[in-house]
Design a protein around this ligand. Structure first.
Ligand SMILES: *Cc1c(COP(=O)(O)O)cnc(C)c1O
Length: 490
């Protein structure tokens, strides 16, 4: 049951129904009356609400406002980079030349769109320090799968069929081992050392003729920059393996560090995180793959290539020689690519660099303001996000989940919880660069207040949230037995 808001949504639309009320008034009949279809296919027990148009609009608008969104709330969901999505991105994507183009339109009629894709490939190559880029993959995990398939194709092309192991740190996002397993690799876990870096000794032990490569997230999901990353790449390369970079956390590095320069062979980006295209709810995303020259022949098709013919460049779609094939129907999620292109063009060099500067500053500001009351498992300068823990609140009967739920009462979206798996009661906070100091201070004060509440009234925190339309949900039950439809109570 929903409540609150300026309009009373506590009453379901059905309950507001008044016989005879309608949203439209039809004019008197000015044509001969026609017989209705066979009575057997007509239903007269169809329970539809009889309501006016303003009631319908008010009802659904009020419902829509009960969601947390980036446009209404601070949304520090760690690892998800819920930054503000500038509206100009949408405006450009809605231009008829972009929005109405058909993916099968011949290249001579779609040079502008192809030029945009080609330029975006070049921008992403420049930002990552990689020579090859394919825009065809539709999500981060999809890019991972393409990238590890490229690694496999590379080893096979060398006649090296014995490399079956993929090493992945214990702090990795769950999609990494899933992608490696889907590509047919045996996943082995790479432990972190006490500072949160890859354990080099363990890596040495794993590096042999059966190692296909490692998948590293930089910065890691602990929000930390692995200080040994160049050494990690060197060890793996020396053993004949390749290094995959999960670039979903590029918000920390933009304009400062290029993954290609550090030794990564192939990476993916999450345009729907770092490059500000809306995401969440399974909507369209884009996870382009960028790679070093050695892996370019294996990129997923199509790639946009340009050839000069005197009268200026001409763009066409091509398939790399030893391509792993197509990963999606056409050229990727074009609308998302237009938004990311617009974002990069709007910001320019200096703007891109200021993203990472402000994102990292914001996360460290939060870390410094809270580390006296929330346990900080890795006490180092963090990157774009900080992983705190509710370990100190736990003995008072308040868990990480309780803290996250109580934050909703203060008007903040919850951080990511219980991830990465190697931190107990993890609260993973990613403020992004979008928020100003006023918002960060309010968020910090809310977390300090919740800590005081955990001492004075832990039971209240344990039963939060108290102000939302619904309190604690049976999340597993909701996923297994979704109730998607209103039924009349008879
Ligand atoms: C979000 C994320 C992914 C997965 O990206 P999707 O687009 O959700 O598939 C992979 N790795 C890391 C580190 C991420 O944060």
């Amino acid at each position: 049951m929903l409540k609150g808001g300026s309009r009373d949504t506590g009453m379901l639309l059905m309950e507001r129904s008044v016989p005879g009320r309608a949203g439209v008034v039809t004019p008197p009949l000015d044509v001969p009356e026609q017989p209705l279809p066979d009575a057997a296919i007509l239903r007269d027990d169809l329970a539809l609400p009889e309501v006016s148009e303003p009631e319908v609009v008010q009802y659904f608008t009020a419902l829509s406002q009960q969601n947390f969104s980036i446009d209404t709330h601070f949304y520090p969901l760690g690892s998800c980079t819920m930054k503000y999505n500038p509206k100009i991105n949408d405006e450009i994507a809605f231009l008829p030349g972009f929005a109405a183009i058909h993916p099968l339109q011949p290249p001579d009629q779609s040079q502008g769109a192809l030029e945009l894709l080609h330029t975006l490939q070049e921008y992403l190559g420049e930002i990552t320090g990689m020579s090859g880029v394919s825009l065809a993959t539709l999500a981060g995990a999809h890019g991972e799968l393409a990238g590890v398939l490229m690694m496999r194709a590379y080893h096979h092309a060398q006649g090296d069929l014995g490399r079956t192991k993929m090493a992945i740190p214990d702090s990795a996002h769950g999609t990494n081992p899933a992608s490696a397993a889907m590509a047919g690799f045996d996943v082995v876990t790479l432990p972190s050392d006490k500072d949160g870096n890859v354990d080099l000794e363990a890596l040495h032990e794993l590096s042999g003729p059966d190692l296909a490569g490692v998948m590293i997230t930089l910065p890691s999901t602990l929000g930390l920059f692995d200080q040994n990353i160049v050494e990690v790449c060197r060890i793996v390369h020396e053993a004949g393996g390749l290094v995959y970079g999960d670039g979903a956390n590029m918000n920390a590095l933009l304009g400062r560090t290029k993954l290609g320069d550090l030794g990564f062979d192939v990476i993916h980006l999450n345009l729907h995180k770092t490059f500000s295209t809306p995401h969440g709810g399974g909507g369209p995303g884009a996870g382009p793959v960028c790679c070093a020259p050695t892996l370019e022949p294996f990129l997923a098709a199509p790639i946009v290539t340009s050839s000069g013919n005197g009268a200026g460049p001409s763009y066409s779609l091509s398939t790399p020689e030893q391509s792993i094939g197509k990963m999606s129907g056409y050229h990727g999620n074009f609308g998302v690519l237009v938004r990311a292109y617009t974002y990069i063009r709007t910001l320019g060099d200096a703007g891109i660099k200021s993203i990472s500067g402000n994102a990292v500053l914001n996360a460290n500001y939060i870390m410094q303001a809270l580390k006296d009351i929330y346990y900080l498992p890795y006490d180092r300068t963090c990157m774009h996000e900080v992983v705190l823990s509710a370990d100190w609140q736990r003995p008072r009967g308040v868990s990480g989940l309780d803290v996250a739920k109580r934050l909703l009462d203060y008007g903040f979206h919850a951080p990511t919880m219980y991830f990465p798996l190697i931190v107990h009661e993890a609260l993973m906070i990613e403020p992004t660069e979008s928020e100003n100091r006023y918002t960060l201070d309010a968020f910090i004060e809310a977390l300090r207040q919740i800590n005081r509440e955990s001492e004075d009234d832990p039971d209240m925190v344990h039963h939060a949230p108290h102000t939302t339309p619904v309190s604690r949900l049976d999340e597993a039950g909701a996923a297994r037995h979704p109730d998607l439809r209103w039924r009349p109570s008879v």
